[in-house]
Design a protein around this ligand. Sequence first.
Ligand code: XUL
Ligand code: CO
Length: 439
Amino acid sequence: MTYFKDVEQIKYKGPKSKNLLAFKYYNPEEIVNGKSMKDQLRFAMSYWHTFTFMGVDPFGSPTMDRPWDSSEDAMEKAIERVHVAFEFMEKAQIPFFCFHDADIAPRGKDLEETNKRLDIIVGVIKEEMKRTGIKCLWGTTNAFGDDKFVHGAGTSCNATVFAYAAAQIKKAMEITKELGGENYVFWGGREGYETLLNTNTGLELDNLARLLHMAVDYAKEIGFDGQLLIEPKPKEPTKHQYDFDVSTVLAFLRKYDLMDHFKLNIEANHATLAQHTFQHELNMARINGALGSVDANQGDLLLGWDTDQFPTNIYDTVLAMYEILLDGGLKKGGLNFDSKVRRASFDEYDLFYSYIAGMDTFARGLKVAAKLLDDGVFEDFKAKRYASYNEGLGKDIVDNKIGFKELEAYALEHGVTKNTSGRQEMLEGILNQYIMETE
Ligand code: XUL
Ligand code: CO
């Protein structure tokens, strides 16, 4: 059964094309910075936003009446969604997908039935993967939606809920391995708190670390060699999420001796919710050797919540790709569109327009970032800006050769040299020029 009859595979037609169902900048085979765009960008479809989001918001009912959801039987519907998801990815040229267990199969009456259902759907997904060559970027479990997780999963005050969450993670890791997933993600859905009047934060954080150590051990036991990732987010659904931002997660990983086993999955809209830029979060992960993968989306400056919009802001994608290229590329990671169409964009063809817009914006971002790096625009400026640490006094500081007494003697004798301008506006002007002029 074909659901997108009016769409052939989306092809690159160049920036002058007026074809709305074509890529203007994403040219999968074009080589940028030594690799094809396809291999540089490693685009992934989020199963949840693309095939299980029906347009519900806190004020209104579903708006997306999908033709592939016509069966009354939950398993038949789930199977049809697999087929349409692969038709969509093939036509949109998306080489990877990401999923939660709950996205692909309906929950059963108990864990046993849920797991059996997962096995059936995983079988169908595997056939489609074989047919299309599309791969799994990462899997995860949904340990936040069900009412049992009302007080959290690994940080629940109820030990039986902790056990249930562990059982779900165990199964989700097994099926991610079965699907050849290159990473496994932990987003702390309800791992956080609303009030300290009823919360033992010390125990909750220790328990979260225990759960993650168990996951590390189990990955080793079953031979899952994918990268484990933590996805920071400061708030929503809880008022205070424990995995607040990159720096908070790094401190947690270091405290609990987990640094060797985890990297981070950085989401743009989570960065801005934490009052950081997307680039800041990528930068913090990069300089700590912990940049794993990316959830590509954008928020809305005027709204204070996680709007998960498709990324169309070229500045953000240039600066994100800049950090990613400085890190040597995405490696096992990818750009997962953790993005959803607006509730009013309810037509199924809106899925194509939104992915095309997101993929083109990142493709262009990649090219501009690669040119900025090639020409040494900001890196040469930075090298000169910090040149005082290359010799003499500065080199002694960097080499840890001197302390307060020697520094005081230096200051008393020499004072300070004249500061030079930071030239922010000049650099912003150059950035604009590259965005507008790069071929
Ligand atoms: C929630 C979010 C999740 C994770 C996976 O804000 O980003 O979809 O990416 O659980
Ligand atoms: Co996400």
